[in-house]
Ligand binder design. Sequence first.
Ligand SMILES: [Zn+2]
Length: 111
Amino acid sequence: MNQKNEIDQVWHNDKHLLRLRINKADLEIYEIFCPSLDDSAECKNSHGDCMVQWFISRFGMDCNGGVCGAEEDLQICWTLMGDKENLESSQLWFMPFKDEVFQAWLVSNEP
Ligand SMILES: [Zn+2]
């Protein structure tokens, strides 16, 4: 993964949350929490679908670009590469909010 290119994207820090559990040998995402009730929120497309939920429910941890300790509730930041009206040909990445490298970058880029 090319971290620099991805980190140049616009990252949304809007409190999306993954609820995780361990099931035998697998780490499962059993809930993807979207904080946005408003259909005009950044994470929604024109159908009112949350892109974060759309991608992570299909691709799970394959969308993750970061490293952090295991937690039941994992707060994430996300970015979309592509067009939110054409999700099939786009890619969403998320980073755990507590990823140390990412968090240092976030803080240094605060307005
Ligand atoms: Zn959302």
